[in-house]
Design a protein around this ligand. Structure first.
Ligand code: ATP
Ligand code: SKM
Ligand code: MG
Length: 177
């Protein structure tokens, strides 16, 4: 049976890559991290793309990746933190029948998890916690509008995975894994 990809969304550091990998393993599905997919296709890191080509070029690469990945079957997709803030990307996933799962943690937990990590260009600023609070506040309503279900991502990754599968099943998204 063809099964549309499960799409994980949420702010940087909420655990999309960590949880997505584990969820795919549990279901016996493939996993793709959209940032890594773009890096592989571009032959550059996300930071290099931002520095050398600019953020608009990166967002265009994201749109292209959404088009390619949304039509796959039995795939768990960890989106980049900005992907589902663009309604055109949400629309493509919706049309493909993909369940969209929001993982959310408070800004303070994001800051804690990403302490010392310089691989997210938007967070390489002096006032990091303030920037996380501002960006998270602006984006959360967009993520919530996009998502079919939301889970508390402050729990352990194992519990988050379990809550996602339970919630998808009770919302009538078929999972044959
Ligand atoms: N449930 C969790 N509990 C504690 N730490 C976690 C949890 N999930 C992820 N982490 C840790 O938080 C950090 C960020 O996680 P991860 O890279 O999975 O986030 P992300 O949502 O993919 O971020 P981005 O949008 O920037 O790609 C990692 O160091 C990871 O080990
Ligand atoms: O939240 C964002 O806009 C981003 C999140 C990361 O996953 C990367 O996609 C990039 O650093 C931009
Ligand atoms: Mg990630």
């Amino acid at each position: 049976m063809t099964q549309p990809p499960i799409v994980l969304c949420g702010f940087m550091g909420c655990g999309k890559t960590t949880v997505g990998n584990m969820l795919a393993h549990k279901l016996g599905w493939q996993f793709v991290d959209m940032d890594h997919f773009i890096e592989h296709r571009a032959g550059k890191t996300v930071s290099q793309i931002f520095d050398e080509l600019g953020e608009p070029a990166f967002r265009a690469m994201e749109r292209e990746a959404v088009g390619i990945l949304s039509s796959q079957s039995r795939l768990v997709i960890a989106t980049g933190g900005g992907v589902l803030t663009f309604p055109e990307n949400v629309e493509v996933f919706r049309k493909a029948g993909c369940p969209i799962v929001l993982l959310d943690v408070p800004p303070e937990e994001v800051a804690r998890r990403l302490q010392g990590d310089t691989s997210r260009p938007l967070l390489n600023v002096p006032d990091r916690l303030e920037t996380i609070r501002r960006l998270h506040g602006a984006r959360l309503p967009l993520y919530q509008k996009a998502a079919d279900i939301q889970v508390d991502a402050a729990k352990s990754p194992e519990l988050v995975v379990e809550n996602i599968t339970l919630s998808l099943k009770s919302n009538k998204f078929p999972l044959d894994g």
